[in-house]
Design a protein. Sequence first.
Length: 208
Amino acid sequence: MAKLYFNYSSMNAGKSTVLLQASYNYVERGMNTLLLIAAIDDRAGRGRIASRIGLSAEADIFTDATDLHSHVAHAMQRAPVHAVFVDEAQFLTENQVWQLAKVADDFGIPVMCFGLRTDFQGKLFPGSAALLALADALKEIKTICWCGRKATMVARLDLNGQIVEEGEQVVIGGEETYVSLCRRHWTRRQLATSSGAQAHRSEPGPAV
Ligand SMILES: [Zn+2]
């Protein structure tokens, strides 16, 4: 039975790297994968899943309006699809998560979703909430806080490196950066040790 998977993490845990490696494992065996990535604006057409260590692959872009069940069905008319991979899955709508569940159930195709669990205020993204509710299998991709503990939270930083408390869940085209912290240091708003060691700073992120 094909399953719907949700691989979740905080920022900079290497989600896209894991996704691309898993897709490659299929391709290496002569199978076809369908890669999808959420649009962070109104772009349409082809997108790209890129990892911080340099791997990348072309992907189809989806918006809130994309019917993902139909999208996969159309792709299957062109060529067999052996697995579906979704990056930035936190931006799925609840309906789209149901559509992906139907892809697994109706077509027998495993669907692997990768995304952030929570936003910079510690709240679930809509896509993540639906995936946590509906996925057959949940897996955490782990990364660490500057202190060495597992980082489960994401903080948004402004241009001055200060933690932002308020704002939209998704910022498009902003200058924010993001850093992953353990819950203790996220709660204390502590980005580094008191001795002055700097926290690892992330690249500018599209949206958290
Ligand atoms: Zn910490």
